[in-house]
Design a protein around this ligand. Structure first.
Ligand code: GLU
Length: 362
């Protein structure tokens, strides 16, 4: 019987061990705790960490293994905590959408309010992991650790990184030093804050970094060595999404030499309430795009300037007159995270100065 088979037996002595397929979709509610041990709830969403090598066609399929199989593959986890968990989805993260973000936010808020849960670990594909982390960072109210983790290599690959990453993530979730730091990401021996982390390699390890702030700490043999103690900004906006079932439409326009203004029109015609410009350099825009975005802003659409460049800041009024056009500057948030924040702020206000305050506070 697997580790989780045994855990199930402990929770319900009359249950028989499940088949592997049944275990993939099983849910173990929080509640059983061995005295003195932390209680970790695992929310599994899929990704390469749950991927399996295949012999024909693409090299592997993401989102195949269930959360129990992931935990069973790392015997060292048994010594760290007691576990409960559930399969929220089992997909590659290019298919993650806002309905999954909201589902996760609702569930994580429930879990962190449960005295029987000390920390939450979320397994996730790496392609959009940073966006889910950022969304949860802005929507979960609790000092309890919430840690996202993924893998670049699927289970069964030489040098698969999922098991070590998962062990690190659980170590982080069980450490009192992790409390009150917002949503965290544990990848390849480094610990990151959700706000700053971004995927920088689609194939090589390490694949994540925090361009402007660096990692929060290093993870070595299941121990955390914090590099700096920033804590959370007291100005960080936190959004209540408990009554939301969708988010305002916000699109991103990607800057390049000769960016085409009709793309802005397409976003406006699609009904976007906000547009993020992934501009060049310090968030600069081709003059035609600038004119089209100024027009959109004049019609009440929130326009945020971010940059396609991974390092550095997009500050107000450098080469673009943000005051004149009513634009918002994204600071060090990358375009995809600026979009997350903008979607959330737009549930409260459409006023550029209020939106800028939210960006400055995060
Ligand atoms: N596209 C997959 C995903 O994001 C693979 C990336 C990964 O998990 O490493 O789920």
């Amino acid at each position: 019987m697997t580790f989780f088979g045994r855990l199930k037996k402990m929770i319900n002595p009359f249950s028989s061990a499940r088949t592997a397929e049944e275990e993939d979709t099983g849910k173990i509610e929080p509640g059983e705790r061995v005295r003195g041990r932390p209680k970790i709830h695992v929310l599994a969403t899929g990704g390469t960490i749950a991927g399996r090598l295949v012999s024909t066609g693409p090299r592997y399929r993401a989102g195949v293994l269930g959360f129990e199989a992931l935990l069973d593959a790392v015997p060292a986890l048994r010594g760290l905590a007691d576990y409960s968990g559930e399969q929220v989805a089992n997909i590659a993260s290019q298919d993650v959408d806002e309905s999954l973000w909201l589902k996760l936010a609702h569930r994580v808020n429930e879990l962190v309010d449960n005295p029987d849960v000390d920390g939450v670990v979320i397994t996730h594909g790496t392609d959009t992991l940073e966006e889910t982390a950022c969304f949860l960072d802005l929507t979960v109210r609790s000092p309890k650790p919430v840690v996202l983790v993924g893998a670049i290599r699927p289970a069964g690959a030489l040098g698969a990184d999922g098991p070590a990453n998962l062990l690190d993530a659980v170590s982080v979730a069980t450490s009192s030093d992790s409390a009150g730091r917002g949503v965290l990401v544990a990848m390849h021996g480094s610990l990151f804050e959700a706000r700053d982390v971004t995927k920088v390699s689609s194939s090589a390890l390490p694949s994540f970094t925090a361009p402007n702030s660096g990692p929060l700490g290093q993870l070595i043999d299941g121990r955390i060595y914090f590099g700096h103690r920033t804590g959370l900004s007291p100005k960080r906006p936190v959004f209540d999404v408990s009554r939301l079932d969708k988010l305002p439409l916000v699109g991103i326009i990607y800057g390049h030499a000769g960016t085409s203004a009709p793309l802005v029109k397409a976003l406006v015609d699609a009904g976007c309430r906000g547009i993020v410009s992934a501009g060049v350099g310090s968030g600069n825009l081709h003059r035609d795009v600038l004119t089209a975005l100024a027009d959109a802003s004049g019609r009440g659409i929130a326009v945020v300037r971010a940059s396609r460049v991974p390092f550095g800041l997009t500050l107000r009024n450098v080469e673009v007159d943000d005051n004149r056009f009513g634009f918002i500057a994204a600071g060090s948030l990358n375009p995809q995270k600026a979009r997350v924040l903008l979607q959330l702020v737009l549930t409260k206000t459409q006023k550029p100065e209020e939106i800028q305050k939210a960006f400055d506070g995060y």
